[in-house]
Design a protein around this ligand. Structure first.
Ligand code: FMN
Length: 175
């Protein structure tokens, strides 16, 4: 074992789960950005946390509507992830060019992403300043799944890949 920088150790954490963070600004502009830094952080109540830089349009839009949607991209959403991850809502509405389709949610003003594995409608309940990011914690107030979508999009560090099924590997059973 050798001691390294935090960055070098963390470069080995991949594959990483990617989510799409959907938000809606005060002027009605709907926005999507991919995030790798997110997690479930409570079961009762169901809470989801996502880490967003204050530089992002998403940061402003979440504070505007105090709500966000977490959508899990299917394996064919790679182009949309790259597009929304390399353009900012501050430069205009990126939804038309993203290829993503939305539909109204049922519990918040933030729309859902069509064809995502799941959509979690979250109401903002807490925010924590964490160095150069803000962790937004949302209570999941409605959830939706699309049973026709198989697999997930994952970030492997050297690029994002659509996984249609789990890679064959050793399975460890509880003893
Ligand atoms: C795979 C991937 C993961 C990302 N993860 C995060 C993240 O966890 N937090 C964050 O603030 N930005 C993250 N980004 C960067 C934002 O998605 C990117 O800056 C985006 O253009 C911001 O859009 P916005 O300004 O419209 O909100 C990620 C980008 C990619 C491509």
């Amino acid at each position: 074992m050798r001691q390294v920088t935090p960055q070098e150790a963390l470069s080995r954490k991949y594959p990483e789960w990617i989510v799409l963070v959907v938000s809606c600004a005060a002027n009605g502009q709907v926005n999507v950005m991919p995030a790798g830094w997110s997690m479930v952080c409570s079961a009762k109540p169901p809470l989801y946390a996502v880490s967003v830089s204050p530089k992002r349009f998403t940061h402003k839009a979440i504070l505007d509507s105090r709500a966000f949607v977490i959508a899990a991209p299917g394996p064919d959403m790679g182009e949309a992830v790259w597009y929304t991850g390399n353009h900012s809502g501050y430069d205009g509405d990126k939804m038309p060019a993203s290829g993503l389709k939305t539909r109204p949610g049922t519990a918040t003003p933030v729309p859902l992403i069509e064809g995502a594995v799941f959509n979690l409608e979250c109401r903002l309940v807490q925010q924590v300043e964490t160095g150069d990011h803000t962790v937004f914690v949302g209570e999941i107030v409605a959830a939706h799944v699309d049973d026709s979508v198989e697999g997930r999009l994952m970030n492997f560090g050297d690029g994002i890949y659509g996984l249609a099924q789990l890679v064959e590997s050793t399975r460890y059973e509880a003893k």
